[in-house]
Design a protein around this ligand. Structure first.
Ligand SMILES: *Cc1c(COP(=O)(O)O)cnc(C)c1O
Length: 345
């Protein structure tokens, strides 16, 4: 089985001949960690001869308080990709089907393959999850559905009414995981906070991460908020000590610094608007995006475009034959990318 699995392709950094490098390939925050977070990590570094708190009690309680949910509804992992793997370990079983839209987050097929589940991929419609088609494609074996909102790599969203209709059609014994890795970047008021849907539906769980808006991609911490028994099952699948001491400390400090971090998100959103409008005026077609990236459906020209970007030090995330995802960076990085786009269109 492993021989037939494609490896996960991480976003790579590239360097121009002049030594310039702009990494717009992994949807990371363009900002370094806040001083208060660095301080918390430094303090925690003096304690790493000890094992971390295996239950991550303080972080779990901080999240429970932040979102006004019972601590028993919180489950952590070493990044939300790891949490997604834990969910599959918890609800997957031989012969189970796992459903997701395609194209969506590249980790889903890998995780499904690793768990031994069968993947049901439902094509996007107009670059967006086709929730009616997904409901139609449910099988008696479907145990889990991922809904990535906003979708990676297209940045598109599904709104409250269609999500409610979809959830009304999903049987109660199928777990629906709303992957909200980019939730903090959403400004469309018709996009529901997944936590509202979790409160309405016992089979809905929300997946969030400290990797993107909170800027802790290098530390690996993500979490699920869901009802018993899903949250309890996901907690049981956590390897002992998987969320390390520095990650726990940094995540707690980040929750304390939330206002400051969300101000940075506003800056990224302003740049997102500027970048998309510039691309549209250059003549590109760019789906409206509620995440910290834009999607260019380049088709056969995808790899050529990625090479042109790389030549000036801009790393983007190409999907050969389909398109390129370009993260919103700082204004300088965005300008370098826009200059390539202008010459290419
Ligand atoms: C980046 C991303 C994640 C976050 O992964 P971590 O393991 O938490 O770093 C999860 N889901 C999607 C859709 C993503 O794009």
């Amino acid at each position: 089985m492993l021989d037939s699995m494609p490896p996960y392709k991480p976003g790579k950094a590239v360097v121009s001949p002049e030594g310039r490098s702009y990494k717009l390939s992994s949807n990371e925050s363009p900002y370094g960690p806040l001083p208060s977070v660095v301080e918390a990590v430094a303090r925690a570094a003096t304690e790493v001869h000890r094992y971390p708190d295996p239950g991550a009690v303080r972080l779990t309680e901080a999240l429970a308080e932040r979102y006004d949910v019972p601590a028993g509804h919180v489950a952590l992992g070493a990044g939300s990709v790891a949490v997604a793997q834990q969910i599959l370990a918890a609800v997957g079983e031989p012969g189970a089907d796992v459903m997701y839209a395609w194209r969506s987050f590249e980790a889903y097929p890998l995780l499904a393959d690793l768990s031994g589940a069968r993947s049901i991929r439902v094509p996007l419609r107009e670059e967006t999850h086709d929730l009616d088609a997904m409901a139609d494609a449910l099988t008696p074996e479907t145990r889990l559905v991922f809904v990535c909102n906003p979708n990676n790599p297209t940045g598109t969203v599904n709104r409250t009414e269609e999500l409610r209709r979809f959830l009304g059609r999903v049987p109660g014994d199928v777990t629906v995981v709303l992957d909200e890795a980019y939730r903090e970047y959403v400004r469309d008021a018709d996009v529901p906070d997944g936590l509202a849907l979790y409160r309405e539906h016992p089979n809905v769980a929300v997946l969030r991460t400290f990797s993107k808006a909170y800027g802790l991609a290098g530390l690996r911490v993500g979490y699920l908020i869901g009802h018993e028994p899903v949250a309890a099952a996901v907690r049981k699948t956590l390897l002992p000590f998987a969320v390390n001491h520095l990650a726990q400390a940094a995540a707690i400090a980040s929750l304390h610094a939330e206002d400051e971090l969300l101000e940075r998100v506003e800056t990224v959103i302003k740049e997102r608007t500027r970048v998309r409008e510039a691309l549209l005026s250059q003549g590109w077609t760019v789906p409206p995006t509620e995440a910290n990236f834009v999607w260019l459906r380049l088709g056969e020209r995808t790899m050529e475009f990625a090479a042109k970007c790389a030549a000036v030090g801009v790393a983007v995330r190409p999907f050969d034959g389909e398109g390129a995802r370009v993260s919103i960076g700082d204004p300088e990085a965005n300008d370098v990318f826009l200059a390539v786009a202008q010459a290419f269109v």
